[in-house]
Design a protein around this ligand. Structure first.
Ligand SMILES: Cc1cc2nc3c(=O)[nH]c(=O)nc-3n(C[C@H](O)[C@H](O)[C@H](O)COP(=O)(O)O)c2cc1C
Length: 265
């Protein structure tokens, strides 16, 4: 029997499992098609996100066509070539070794947009922070990402794209903002760690460094653990810990892992 809307232990564990085992997926996609009914569950989960003034500013463009994916992949190559030029030396070599999209391997690509004028000129709750419609659409993305994990479907977010060019490829009207371009598909495995962590690009910041007690700067560091869900006893996932490359990962703003910083992140 449920008391006051509480989840059973197993239900609660399942929610945390989806959260801690969600990964950004760029590899390991298998060609198995995603059934329409499953896709509808994911899109409906996204559609049940919170939104400012109940604006529901999102639309979903579902892409299966190979030629469209190829055109988007070309946009990625252009944008990524420019992005990689920002890194030199060892960092540049590391960047160029990263896999940052799975556009053509994923059976479905999904573009999630934000219609910034939906709901008329006065949207309840948006008068002070105009970007709350964009925040709302991010909530929809996260709902879909977590629901997909529960379905065994990997999702990868590709932001290294010129969104104006992308809009022309998939016919998104000028007045509508592209919020996310996602690659979806069943996978042979979900990795235990973020790819960027495994590659030695960056490591998870200890959560204690990010929690302030009553006012900014009054850190409770070291009192509440290191931010690793496994070590915190929030969720058991045996594969966590050292990065797969065996390299030392960088921490906050490129500092060596474990060193605490005192400035704003
Ligand atoms: C807004 C946003 C944009 C992102 N863009 C990219 C991207 O273009 N390419 C990529 O490989 N990963 C992208 N990612 C995934 C992040 O790199 C990833 O979430 C992060 O490394 C943590 O890994 P995890 O999602 O597996 O926990 C993006 C994530 C977010 C939230």
């Amino acid at each position: 029997m449920r008391i006051n809307g509480r989840f059973s232990d197993a239900e609660r564990e399942a929610v945390y499992r989806a959260i801690f085992e969600r990964r950004d997926v760029r590899r390991n996609f298998v060609p198995t098609p995603i059934p329409d009914a499953v896709m509808m569950r994911l899109l409906t989960a996204a559609h049940h996100a919170g939104s400012v003034g109940f604006m529901q500013p999102w639309d979903f463009v579902v892409i299966r066509n190979r030629a469209t994916k190829r055109a988007v992949k070309d946009l990625f190559i252009d944008a990524n070539t420019k992005a990689s030029a920002r890194y030199t030396g060892a960092k540049g070599a590391l960047y160029r070794g990263l896999k940052l999209e799975g556009i053509e391997e994923a059976p479905i690509n999904l573009c999630i947009t934000c219609s910034r004028r939906r709901g008329g000129s006065s949207v309840l709750g948006r008068s002070t922070v105009r970007a709350t419609d964009l925040y709302s659409t991010c909530c929809a993305v996260q709902n879909l990402w977590l629901a997909a994990r529960a379905e065994g479907i990997g999702v990868g977010w590709v932001s290294i794209l010129d969104h104006e060019k992308l809009k022309r490829v998939i016919g998104v009207p000028k007045s509508v903002t592209v919020l996310a371009y996602l690659c979806l598909g069943y996978v042979s495995k979900f990795e235990d760690q973020p790819d960027l962590e495994a590659a030695g690009w960056r490591s998870r910041i200890p959560v204690g460094e990010l929690i302030h007690d009553e006012s900014w700067g009054n850190r409770i560091q070291d009192k509440r653990g290191d931010g690793d869900a496994h070590h915190q006893g929030l969720y058991k996932n045996g594969g966590r810990g050292k990065n797969q490359a065996g390299r030392r990962t960088t921490g906050v703003e490129g500092q060596p892992a474990g060193r605490s910083l005192r400035h704003d992140r």
